[in-house]
Design a binder for this molecule. Structure first.
Ligand SMILES: [Zn+2]
Length: 371
């Protein structure tokens, strides 16, 4: 039991940092200026990063969602090298520049915009998406329903992926996974008005964990704008059992000599990630041309983060990362990302759970903002 308590405390401690822990979850923000602890009339000096000498767009960050236009865009450029012009939606405006700092206000078209700053032969670009047709919805609640037969699938995962577990260990595995999965879901939606409910209700999304097995890990109805709160996600635990037991080598860095708490965490991360992914669809991610009216989100591969967008804008798109982002397409999600391991070769010292990418977080912040 002490192992489990330790495990739960580790997961809970990690919950606060899950959204910004990953190496690919977005640019690392600059540390805030150190505040003086003594009252003083001395002006606080905010440290400024040394200017690189290149033309840059520093704000907004690339590939985020904005809901209003025009938008303030700012950056830095070599002083006295000529004016900076910023182009968006086919219109170019002159930036105002003070020393190295420039800023401009640009008008966006609905949907995806490439915003380009130019100064002589230098250029810098970002992507901005102007969203439409979505707005704040009431807070979303969810509940987990562990359906009949699913515990036997969990037992089979424990027996099939651990060396000779005792019956007591197998039962502890079931209890541990069932306790951890909701924490994984909550961690994924931390920062948004998405909370766990004790029972069903008109505002409750049900995540149904089923013994089913097949060609999918889960499914749920797409709901652009998250207009229907009471929907049902299916998570097919039988598929995980079949994949993990029969293709165990494909789940490295899992080893059969792993400890019970390690395997509990592996499986809870995988089931919780799929739960968050499927509920994400039912909160409206990721709209695609097939799923109008949210086609402006540019999802693809069946309503997922679109790797093709990254190929079109390799330096400035930040949506797809082989499963490190929760709404990446299932067929392009690595198994080690499902169990929150950054690599398949060896265990990392800390887990790196998948996160919603910045664009998807922008969307969730519109439809389910924290009060
Ligand atoms: Zn999906």
């Amino acid at each position: 039991m002490s192992h489990l308590l330790l495990l739960f405390s580790v997961v809970l401690a990690g919950a606060g940092a899950g959204a910004c822990n990953g190496p690919d979850s977005g640019p690392t923000p600059s540390p805030p200026p150190t505040a003086s602890t003594t009252a003083s009339t001395t002006p606080v000096t905010i440290p400024v990063q040394p200017f690189s000498g290149e033309l840059s767009i520093d704000a907004p960050p690339t590939d985020v969602l904005v809901m209003t236009s025009p938008v303030d865009v700012s950056g830095r450029a070599p002083a006295a090298a000529g004016g900076v012009a910023v182009t968006a939606a086919g219109t170019s405006v002159a930036a105002t520049q003070t020393g190295e700092a420039w800023q401009a206000q640009v008008t966006l078209a609905n949907g995806l915009n490439e915003v380009v700053a130019r100064q002589n032969t230098l250029s810098s670009a970002i992507l901005l998406t102007l969203g439409r047709g979505i707005g704040q919805q009431p807070p979303q609640r969810f509940r987990l329903a562990w359906e009949e037969g699913v515990d036997d699938e969990l037992r089979a995962i424990a027996r099939g992926t651990l060396d000779h577990p005792t019956n007591a260990n197998v039962e502890a595995f079931v209890v541990g996974v069932r306790q951890l999965v909701p924490l994984v879901v909550l961690r994924a939606f931390e920062g948004f008005a998405v909370t766990e409910a004790d029972s069903d209700g008109p505002d409750v999304h049900t995540i149904s964990l089923l013994p089913n097995r097949g060609s999918i890990f889960g499914q749920s109805p797409e709901d652009c704008g998250s207009r229907t709160p009471r929907q049902t996600t299916e998570v097919w635990v039988g598929t995980y059992r079949e994949e993990m037991v029969q293709s165990f080598d494909a789940w490295r860095p899992m080893q059969k000599t792993d400890s019970l708490p390690t395997r509990i965490e592996d499986v809870a991360e995988a089931l919780g990630r799929t739960s968050a992914h499927e509920m994400g669809h039912s909160l409206g991610l990721v709209g695609s041309s097939l799923g109008a009216p949210c086609g402006w989100m540019r999802g693809c591969d069946g309503g997922h983060n679109c790797s093709a967008l990254g190929e079109q804008f390799p330096a400035i798109s930040n949506r797809f990362d082989f499963g490190r982002y929760i709404m990446d397409p299932g067929q392009r999600t690595s198994n080690h990302a499902r169990i929150a391991e950054p690599l398949d070769g060896a265990r990392a010292s800390v887990r790196t759970p998948s996160v919603f990418n910045p664009f998807n977080r922008g969307y969730l912040g519109v439809v389910h903002p924290t009060p």
